[in-house]
Design a protein. Structure first.
Length: 219
């Protein structure tokens, strides 16, 4: 382990009491808590190129709903020590800041670790906590428009509506996603046509499994 990675871990040690006060439990560089219906996760990600001369890290934030995850392929179960990549909704703290861009804290041999931990804690309180507070229930997830830089499974909203028992809205969302897949520029190249058809069939199959009847003319 290089010296700057050690400094980052000391920074996380300084940050840990702030998160623990809010109910988070620490597992190495990951923190998790239950809030409302949600499992919320904070992760400190190290730059893979950290060295003795310079290092950096960022904060990833995620929310997980078990009832929704059970309906989405590849999202269930969550590991015993929750991980941010397994969350249903994910973002980074930098995208919640005023500049809305990816942000990494830099660490060097001259870094004041105590001051840095305080700075990261302020960013957590000012940006991560309000975002997490918006997503504590399945209903909130279903009705909250995704942020510009959020990562969500494409079927999240439809799955949330299934959980809430609103199959009419779930049907609308599935139909809209099917229509989008047909025109999504990601599949515009001829070599991606087969992948498009696979995605369409996956969604149709998933809809049938959830008891969602999509109008034949829309498929």
């Amino acid at each position: 382990m290089n010296e700057n990675t050690k400094r980052i871990k000391k920074t996380v040690d300084g940050l840990s009491p702030v998160l623990r006060q809010d109910g988070f439990v620490r597992h190495s560089l990951n923190f998790s808590r239950t809030a409302g219906e949600a499992l919320q996760v904070i992760n400190i990600q190290l730059n893979r190129y950290n060295s003795n001369e310079s290092g950096s890290f960022t904060m990833n934030i995620g929310v997980y709903f078990e009832r929704i995850a059970k309906l989405l392929p590849g999202t269930f179960p969550m590991p015993a020590n929750p991980k941010e990549p397994n969350c249903i909704v994910r973002t980074r703290v930098g995208t919640l800041m005023p500049n809305a861009t990816d942000f990494w804290w830099t660490v060097t041999p001259q870094t004041d670790v105590t001051a840095l931990a305080k700075e990261v804690g302020t960013a957590y309180s000012k940006y991560a906590i309000p975002w997490l507070a918006r997503l504590e229930t399945v209903s909130a997830l279903a009705t909250t428009k995704p942020g510009k830089h959020e990562v969500r499974h494409a079927w999240t909203a439809a799955a949330a509506m299934v959980v809430l028992g609103d199959r009419a809205k779930a049907t609308q969302l599935v139909e809209a996603e099917l229509e989008w897949l047909k025109v999504d520029p990601l599949y515009a190249q001829r070599e991606n046509e087969k992948l498009r058809e696979q995605r369409l069939e996956q969604l149709r199959t998933w809809a049938r499994e959830q008891g969602i009847a999509v109008a034949n003319e829309r498929i």
